[in-house]
Design a protein around this ligand. Structure first.
Ligand code: PLP
Length: 397
């Protein structure tokens, strides 16, 4: 049977994630991969996890091996509520939904808000996983460039003014304001306020994707945009994937109660609920007060790696490129001379034994061809130095 003619319009627009394809190359022995966005398995708290697993399974097996409410585990929701209130986010239980990763949060937001051809504003560059989701709902994507202070709110406002004239405004603005994937930049406080004002003025939703927030290596904490949101314009998503373990697939969305209710209904059609077992393990881990110490360890672990990457880049790329200096998260974004195409040079880098992700993979308009994303999270300290040195050889040649 020919299945092609039966595919939906949404799926026809999708191609395999370039990053997932690259990760197959990264699996080859001897390649130093600066391409992945994964957290390091060295940070996974295996012993405490085993203890938490044993406790919940012995104590509560009837409940946690059973189907459970779509909204999520009540203890976990309470933990997230307390944590969010500390972050300055005003929320109640009904504002919170536990999702199977933030990736599902994004899917449910799109499912709940988007019709085909609705416009969504995304950063240039942005996280390809979310771009993928947006495309599958046939959103019309408009990119707004970033600089060192995050999304350029002047350019954004000009676009919104134009759209207002035509009478069709975007549905939402998708941003990763803190330690952005892929650029590593953080949206300044001023721009966070401007973004909220624009959302209020034009009646837009801001979707704030914030999985790296707790991974700060220097500087003062900055409040999530959601903490500045007095009129419920922001839908906030965060996750245990980067700070804890992505395999548990536990994340959360905070939004206005009506929207969360609709997302709950959508989730019932997607997976009924996030795993009762892993939610219970994560809740137990937090209730036993492990998370605070764990985060301290994880932050010191990645800080060393970030410093090594920045030192190596300074040593080998000074005068050849510019790059971001992330205050947290996993990524450095490097931009070379205008006539360099990092996609074309990718196979040369593979020959040398190092890989990165070409910049255009993150851009809905195919721009940033002369940029690349470098991740320090899963690479050994020695290999960060070696990888950057090899990369410099590729570009010098
Ligand atoms: C910005 C961003 N959002 C969402 C995700 C997906 O996270 P999760 O594992 O919670 O689905 C990632 C993972 O790389 C990410 O970088």
């Amino acid at each position: 049977m020919n299945i092609e003619s039966l595919y939906s319009d949404g799926i026809k627009q999708l191609s395999p994630s370039p990053i997932r394809e690259l990760l197959k190359i990264a699996a080859k022995p001897g390649i130093i991969s600066l391409a992945g966005g994964n957290p390091s398995p060295d940070t996974f708290p295996v012993k405490e996890l085993r203890d938490c697993f044993m406790s919940v399974i012995e104590r509560d097996w009837k409940r946690i091996l059973q189907y459970s409410p779509t909204e999520g585990n009540v203890d976990l929701i309470d933990i997230i509520k307390q944590h969010s209130i500390k972050q300055g986010i005003n929320c109640e239980t009904e504002n919170i939904l536990i999702t199977s990763g933030s990736q599902q949060g994004m899917d449910l937001v799109c499912r709940t808000l988007l019709n085909p051809k609705d416009e969504v504003i995304v950063e240039l560059p942005s996280y390809p996983g979310s771009i993928h989701t947006l495309k599958s709902y046939q959103a019309k994507l408009t990119g707004v460039p970033l600089d060192n202070e995050g999304i350029d709110t002047d350019i954004l406002e000009n676009i919104l003014k134009q759209r207002q004239k035509t009478g069709k405004l975007p549905k939402f603005i998708y941003v990763i304001p803190t330690f952005q994937n892929p650029s590593g930049t953080t949206l300044s406080e001023n721009r966070r306020r401007t973004l909220i004002k624009l959302a209020e003025k034009y009646g837009l939703i801001i979707v704030e994707d914030d999985p790296y927030n707790a991974l700060r290596y220097e500087g003062e904490n900055i409040k999530p945009i959601k903490a500045m949101d007095h009129d419920e314009h922001v839908v906030y998503m965060s996750s245990f994937s980067k700070t804890f373990c992505p395999g548990v697939r536990v994340a959360w969305t905070i939004g206005q109660k009506d929207l969360i209710r609709k997302m709950v209904i959508s989730k019932q059609g997607a997976d009924l609920h996030t795993s009762s077992l892993t939610q219970a393990i994560v809740a137990e881990y937090c209730k036993n007060n492990h998370m605070e110490n764990h985060l301290k360890d994880v932050v010191s672990y990645y800080k060393i790696k970030r410093n090594i990457m920045l030192e190596s880049v300074e040593k080998y790329f000074k005068g050849l490129a510019i790059w971001t200096k992330p205050l947290g998260g996993f990524f450095v974004w490097m931009t070379l001379n205008k006539n360099v195409d990092t996609t074309e040079l990718f196979s040369k880098a593979v020959e040398k034994g190092v890989i990165y992700v070409p910049g255009s993979s993150f851009c809905v308009d195919g721009s940033n061809k002369n940029s690349m994303r470098l991740s320090f999270a899963t690479v050994s300290n020695e290999n960060i130095k070696k990888g950057i040195q090899l990369l410099a050889e590729v570009f010098y040649e």
